[in-house]
Design a binder for this molecule. Structure first.
Ligand SMILES: [Zn+2]
Length: 300
């Protein structure tokens, strides 16, 4: 199982080097935007820490690596909650922390979305970070470190992740996703491979939207409404669709800065539509309003 992890090469080298020199900290804070590979890199790092082979950096089939790939390694655990991480979960983890490793001579715990820990949960975890058993490695992952207590942060070795560089991202996408990337899409990725993959899953929709937006200024209101099928039947994707509108208009505003005001006004109209939909206004009527207002803005 060899996967290519793109971007943040310097961090990957740093972590590999700490494996090679056996210079591993007890606690790490992986911090940076969503969808740029923090978790993937953390898991690879965990796997190598636990590996029993002499050369841990080489692909190998030691017992630990095999069990790791089968999500079955008893010396590894990951907590990943989309919402709150409560104190009970941290207490459970702590009970396990004091049990010695079974296969390897280390144990690795990853807490993804660590900012979701309640303050009580963080305070509880602090005890382990202050006096970790010698075999313990804890990796906290966060895209919002402001929500972590200073006392937690000061106990961890911080590794700051950067958005993936645009050219690296484009090369990867061209080789792996096989579609034409528009400027708007590129902006929407924000250097995030996770976002790019999500967009790729709906590439047909985005291609249609792009064509639709390119023609928007040339059409009359009847044509616009007739061509807006994607919007009228796109209720479940409407947030992504409107985000695409906004990123597109922002790009246009930058390109045609002497006309910027009309694109900025269009963004305001989109924002107003988002607000209406959030408060459950009639869906079709909200879309009607959106189209008519944008058409009027562009007509002037
Ligand atoms: Zn191994």
């Amino acid at each position: 199982m060899s996967k290519e992890i793109i971007g943040n090469q310097n961090i990957q080298s740093l972590l590999n080097n700490s494996i090679k020199t056996n210079n591993i900290s007890h606690s790490y804070l992986f911090s940076g935007p969503d969808g740029i590979g923090k978790k993937l890199i953390a898991k690879e790092f965990a796997k190598k820490i636990l590996c029993l082979n002499e050369n841990k950096l080489e692909e190998n089939n030691c017992k630990s690596c095999l069990e790791f790939d089968n999500n079955n390694n008893p010396d590894f655990q990951i907590i990943q909650e989309a919402e709150t991480i409560k104190i009970e979960q941290i207490r459970k983890l702590q009970e396990k922390v004091y049990e010695k490793p079974i296969i390897s001579n280390k144990k690795v715990y990853i807490i993804d979305n660590a900012e979701n820990m309640t303050p009580e949960a963080q305070n509880c975890l602090l005890k382990t970070l202050e006096e970790p058993p010698e075999y313990i490695v804890i990796i906290l992952i966060t895209s919002n470190e402001n929500n972590l207590l200073q006392t937690i942060k000061s106990r961890c070795l911080k590794i700051s992740f950067n958005p993936i560089e645009t050219d690296v991202l484009i090369t990867y996408l061209k080789n792996n996703l096989h579609y034409n990337i528009t400027n708007t899409m590129l902006k929407m990725y924000e250097g995030s491979i996770g976002k790019a993959i999500k967009i790729n899953e709906k590439i047909e929709l985005y291609n249609k939207l792009n064509k639709y937006l390119e023609n928007l200024e040339e059409e009359n209101i009847i044509q616009i409404i007739n061509n807006s099928e994607e919007l009228y039947k796109g209720k479940e994707n409407i947030n992504e669709i409107l985000e695409y509108f906004n990123v597109y208009f922002m790009e246009k505003a930058k390109e045609e800065y002497h006309n910027a005001y009309k694109y900025l006004n269009a963004i305001k109209i989109v924002e107003e539509t988002k607000r209406r939909l959030k408060f459950n206004s009639n869906y079709d009527m909200s879309i009607d309003n959106l189209l008519i207002n944008i058409w009027e803005e562009f007509r002037n």
